[in-house]
Every structure is written in C-alpha cells, then in structure tokens.
Design a protein around this ligand. Structure first.
Ligand code: FES
Length: 460
C-alpha cells in the first residue's frame, strides 16, 4: 500500500448522490453491503456502468444477501442521483416504505437514504468507543480484550476456510412409489453482518437484529445475553461479537427435509433436527405447511429425525412451509402459484431466462421497496435450488466457513428477475408477500431443473 491513496465512501465527491440512487431503486435494504458497492461503482467509468456484463463483473467482489442484485444493477446504471439533476427523497414517504420493509423483513427495519450510507443502526456501530470486546475462543469460551485486536489474540481464532468436502443430505426419502420426491441439505442464512450486541453494566443489551432480521436467524442470538453478563462482570460496556465462523458453526439453519408425495396426494415428510429447539415446533410448522399447500393432513406421515449438525430452527424464512408449497406447486402445470392464508399471492414462471413473478400484496405502500424484497426472496430461492449448501464433517460440524463458500448466487449467475405488482390490488390492505414469492420462486427454479430430486441441483 506504500505510496497508494485510498478513497473511502466518505471521501467520494458524490457519496450523497450515490446513496440517494441506491435508496431510490431499492438497492439498499439493511445497507451493510451498500457503501462498498458504491465506492466500487463510483470508480467505474460512465460507459462501463452502462454495460450490464461489466457491472456484473464489478459486483463479483461484493455480496448482497438482501436485494437479489437486480435493484443494485439498476442503481449503478442510473448513477449518482445528484449528477442526474434529481433527488431520490422527493416524493417518497419513508414511513410507508419502512412499514413495507418491516412487513417483508419480519422485524423492525427502516428505509431512508441514511441506510444506504451504512448508517442503518448496526449494533456494533453504536457501541461506545471504550467498550471492551468479547469474542468466542476456539474452546467455546468467551474471552474479553481491551480492543478487537486484543480480543482476537486472546481468542486464538484461526481464519475459517472453504472445504472440498462433499455435501450430505441428512434425511432420506423412504422407499416407495412416489410421484415427486425432494431432499434438501444444510443451507447458511448468509446474512452479512455477523451477530453483535453491546451492553453497559446494569443496562439493556442492544438488539442483535440491527437494521434487518437476518431472515429469522438472529431472533434468539446469544450475543445479547453474553454482552449483558460480561458487562456486569467487568463493570464496563462490552461488545459481544460473532465472527463469520461462529455464525456458520453456531447460528441456526433451516431444517433439511425429505419429502415424498404419492399419486393420491399423501406422503411422507421427514424433518432433520439438531440442537435445542423443541422438535414439536417442527411438527406444528409442518402441519401448517401441509394444510396451506392443500395436502390432506391425515394422508401424511410427519417424522422428526435427530441428526448431527448445526442447530436447526423453524424461525428461518418459511422453513418447511416454503419447501412444501414448492412441492405442491410442482404437482401442477406452470406457472407456479403460491397463496398464503392472508390472501397474499405470488405467481412465478420463467420467460426464457428471465424469472417473472406477479405479486398480489394489497397496497404496496412503496412499490420500490416491495419489489426489492421480492427480488431478494426470489434470489434466495434460486440459490437454494441451484447452488447453496454448507458441507459438514463426520461429526456434523460445518466446514465451509467463508461467506463465499455458501453457494449464494453471484450477480453474474443470477438471472434477470422481474417483479410485477398486481395493479388491481392497489389500495387494498397491505399484505406481506415475500414468503409467497420465495416459495413460488423455489417452485419455478425447481421446475427449470426438471424437478431434480435434491437441492442444490447444481452441486455435489
Ligand atoms: S442490502 Fe445488501 S446485504 Fe443487505
């Protein structure tokens, strides 16, 4: 780096204009990835920003788990708003947009230009400068240091790697005469900001959720109780942080499944279970999913199977239900239709290489935000069917520990996703629709693999 100059987001001449356009196009949800993408986009010559292939190549250095890339591509092509003579904030109702974001994200989430600058309110950004830092050591104990460097040294952590270990599918479809079968494997939620919380002595810990719900994965994160306990013990504010490796090893995963359907619409659902979550929750969710999918409960055998692996949780986005809805949709002809009990509906179908999804979500509140969440849900579904998985070792420990190893679809590998918001429903009660979009996109993506019996279909 000697003799080099480094420009950060704050050093950009048109940082505000870029934040404006990222917000205006729905290219920033939690905002964790946004400043980095802006800095790289700003370095791209104007004609390169108009070249879709160049933009996708540029995005290879980044990862966005929220938006499904499409809004980011649009923002980069549009360029910084100020240089276009406009301003994204004009005419937008941030409160209405935030309500839609919260409905789709499932937890408190706000929408504003500030989010696109990275000021979305991540727990670790809000800790006082003199807070001690707590990290997990290799033996599973929390160690405390005066600084992040100090805590890293005390923890003795070794950087995680990607493995070449083969994938495994922990529960099998039983022998039988089936018209459709599916086995799924371990998938990492892949949220970008590792769990973090800070607490002052005698105080309340900051929530681990930050500006987003991590797809349900942080709801029961241990970092809040750890921050509180260690702050009380040390009489100083403490930041408790997971590393990426901790997130993969200790964070909850959606339960891998085996699903088999017979010619009469009955079947078998086997649900992998690991960790402390009550297995009865899996059965409850499975029953709800079977009913929602239109199957007759009495014709199904539901079984929870204890397996060695990271903790499973049905709190993850549309766990079990999404897969069952996709299986049900697969038994019909295209397009793939998914309806939720609320009346929210998504209809998905490939048009050539483009995935087109019609959504019925009542009053959109903010069509840009609605579209962004739907694109993100579709991107996650495409990844789950095609490429996402985490390999485990012989005793059930994840061995793919880098965010690049989870198989999340890169911009370059993500097909164009078009979200059509049903006009007829504008003005109706707003309905959360991203779970329906996720399930419909699972079905459409699966259909495009000719119903490969295992997800991910493109990895072994
Ligand atoms: S907005 Fe990109 S990771 Fe959340």
């Amino acid at each position: 780096m000697a003799g080099r100059r480094v420009t950060t987001f704050e050093g950009l001449d048109d940082a505000d204009g870029w934040a404006d356009v990222m917000s205006a196009t729905g290219a920033s949800q939690c905002g964790f990835c946004t400043p980095g993408i802006i800095v790289r986009a700003a370095s791209l010559a104007l004609e390169r920003r108009r070249d879709a292939a160049a933009v996708d190549r540029m995005l290879l250095a980044h990862l966005c788990r929220c938006t499904g890339w499409q809004p980011i591509r649009e923002a980069i092509v549009a360029g910084p708003w100020t240089s276009n003579g406009g301003h994204a904030g004009v005419g937008r109702d941030d409160d209405a947009a935030s309500v839609r974001a919260e409905m789709e994200g499932g937890v408190g989430q706000h929408v504003s230009v500030a989010v696109a600058t990275g000021a979305g309110g991540f727990s670790d950004d809000l800790a006082p400068d003199d807070a001690l830092v707590a990290l997990l050591a290799a033996d599973g104990e929390w160690v405390v240091g005066d600084s992040l460097d100090d805590a890293r040294q005390r923890s003795g952590k070794v950087q995680g790697r990607r493995s070449t270990t083969a994938l495994s599918w922990p529960v099998d479809v039983p022998a039988g005469s089936w018209v459709r079968t599916l086995e799924t494997t371990w998938v990492e939620p892949g949220y970008l900001e590792p769990d973090a919380s800070w607490c002052a002595p005698g105080g309340e810990p900051s929530p681990a959720l930050g500006n987003g719900g991590a797809f349900g994965a942080k709801v029961a994160s241990e970092v809040t109780s750890v921050a509180r306990r260690l702050a009380d013990e040390h009489g100083r504010p403490v930041r408790a942080l997971y590393t990426r490796e901790d997130v993969v090893r200790r964070g909850p995963k959606r339960p891998p499944l085996a699903i088999a359907v017979d010619a009469d619409g009955g079947g078998v659902l086997r649900i992998a279970h690991s960790g402390d979550e009550d297995p009865a929750r899996s059965v409850d969710v499975a029953r709800q999913g079977l009913e929602l999918a239109g199957f007759t409960l009495a014709s199904w055998h539901v079984e929870v199977v204890d397996v060695a692996g990271p903790p499973t949780s049905v709190a993850l986005r549309a766990s079990i239900v999404g897969e069952l809805l996709a299986v049900a949709a697969s038994l019909d002809t295209a397009p793939d239709v998914v309806a939720l009990t609320s009346g929210a509906r998504a209809v998905a179908e490939f048009d050539g290489d483009e995935l087109v999804i019609h959504v019925h979500a009542g009053d959109p509140l903010d069509a840009t935000v609605l579209r962004s969440y739907c694109t993100g849900a579709a991107h996650a579904a495409l990844g789950m069917v095609r490429s996402e998985a985490v390999a485990l070792d012989d005793i059930g420990r994840p061995v793919d520990l880098t965010i690049r190893s989870f198989g999340i679809l890169r911009a370059q590998d993500t097909p164009a996703i078009r979200i059509e918001i049903a006009d007829a429903d504008r003005g109706g009660e707003p309905l959360a629709v991203s779970d329906a979009v996720f399930a419909a996109a699972l079905a459409a993506a699966w259909r495009s693999t000719s119903f490969a019996p295992r997800w991910p279909a493109h990895r072994r």
